[in-house]
Design a protein around this ligand. Structure first.
Ligand SMILES: [Zn+2]
Length: 387
């Protein structure tokens, strides 16, 4: 069957979380939104640090609403070992009606896996806007040592996503900025998947126009409000721009990538996790940022690469490989990157052919663009956080 024929019979599928709620102070009102799920007893998955902070507020709110709680402590890695251990711990207790995962991306992804094994709905409460994990029906699984292992797909999206904008905005600004990198990729990758007749979502479906529209809006919001949001967070304020960017990073990006697909930007970001000196020091969204610029160079869309890099420089995302600690002179690392990028399952979603040579060329162009921009605007403002 030709690619054209395959595309003709592959259905368009739209999937999303049925309910997304975002507001300042939401954590204290969390129980109100659990009512439709008829929760009498629930599990809460969080880290010890989180339990002392926002977790304490959540537990107080649940207690006030008469909801019985079983806390289970997340060990820090979303690995099969951790998932099975937490599942067994909860199975040994009286059954729960739902599981609330409170924390960063790995806690949320682990929560989805544990709830799936317990066959109960999962409620997602992100404490960071650093990634688009909250709304999706998939989890990235890591080895106990922290290397990406695989991803697990669930029949349903999280039953409820509750985002307390104040909690998210109180985290170091670098996390929200990284989330902007992850969110920005959604549009460029959606464009590739939609343009390529063989492009598919992570679930093997064709992109929907709805998904493309959400992805486009996601990028538009970041271009329009990104800088203002970062300035507001730095001065401790939750403004409309912050609300917009948190929604873009969490809902628009999450539903957008699920209903369109990933391509070159995430291929490179995944490949970068194989280089320990990069993986240990930079966040997913920061690696994705360099991935976007690489994808745009592969697509020969230099104008858009420049537009994107200008925003990245203003908000504090990396604009080339040097800024994530990688020298293109390091042939061993470059070869690893090329090999892993080409092996990424969805690199075929790109609407242009990607080869080792075209990647090498794109890396060089990104490096040059970043260097020119740094010369022009100076070092970007959050470099110290990236060290
Ligand atoms: Zn991502």
């Amino acid at each position: 069957m030709s690619e054209q024929q395959t595309a003709a019979v592959t259905p368009r599928v739209f999937r999303s979380t049925p309910r997304y709620v975002q507001a300042v102070g939401l954590i204290d009102r969390a129980a109100d939104y659990l009512a439709p799920l008829k929760v009498k007893r629930c599990a809460v998955l969080c880290t010890p640090r989180s339990r002392r902070g926002e977790g304490a507020r959540l537990l107080a709110a649940l207690d006030k609403a008469g909801i019985d709680v079983q806390v289970t402590t997340f060990g820090g890695e979303c690995s099969f070992r951790e998932i099975e251990a937490r599942t067994e711990e909860l199975r040994a207790q009286p059954p729960v009606d739902a599981l609330i995962a409170l924390g960063g991306g790995k806690t949320l992804d682990a929560g989805k896996c544990i709830a799936h094994r317990l066959e109960v709905p999962v409620v997602i409460m992100p404490t960071l806007a650093s990634n688009d994990a909250p709304c999706s029906a998939l989890s990235v699984i890591y080895t106990p040592e922290g290397a990406t292992e695989t991803y697990e797909v669930f029949p349903q999206n999280p039953a409820l996503v509750l985002v307390d904008t104040e909690i998210v905005a109180q985290a170091p600004v670098r996390f929200t900025v990284a989330g902007m990198g992850d969110a920005m990729s959604t549009w460029y990758e959606a464009r590739a998947c939609h343009t390529n007749p063989a492009g598919v979502t992570p679930y093997g479906d064709r992109p929907t126009l709805a998904g493309v529209a959400l992805s486009k809006t996601c990028a538009d919001i970041l271009y329009e409000h990104g800088v203002a949001a970062v300035e507001a967070i730095e001065s401790g304020q939750v403004t409309a721009a912050v609300e917009h960017v948190v929604e873009a990073n969490t809902l628009l990006s999450g539903a957008g990538f699920e209903c369109t697909g990933v391509a070159g930007a995430h291929a490179l970001a995944q490949a970068l996790t194989l280089l320990p000196e990069v993986d240990h020091n930079y966040l997913h969204g920061e690696m994705v940022a360099v991935g976007i610029l690489t994808q745009l160079m592969l697509e020969a869309d230099r104008a858009e690469a420049e537009r994107c890099a200008r925003l990245f420089a203003r908000v504090g995302l990396p604009v080339n490989f040097a800024q994530i600690g990688l020298s293109l002179e390091d042939e061993a690392s470059v070869s690893t990157l090329i090999e892993a990028t080409l092996a990424f399952p969805f690199i075929g979603n790109m609407a242009v052919a990607v080869t080792a040579d075209s990647l090498r060329q794109a890396f060089t162009e990104v490096e040059r663009l970043g260097a020119e921009l740094i010369d022009e605007v100076g070092d970007h403002p959050y470099r110290s956080l990236h060290a």
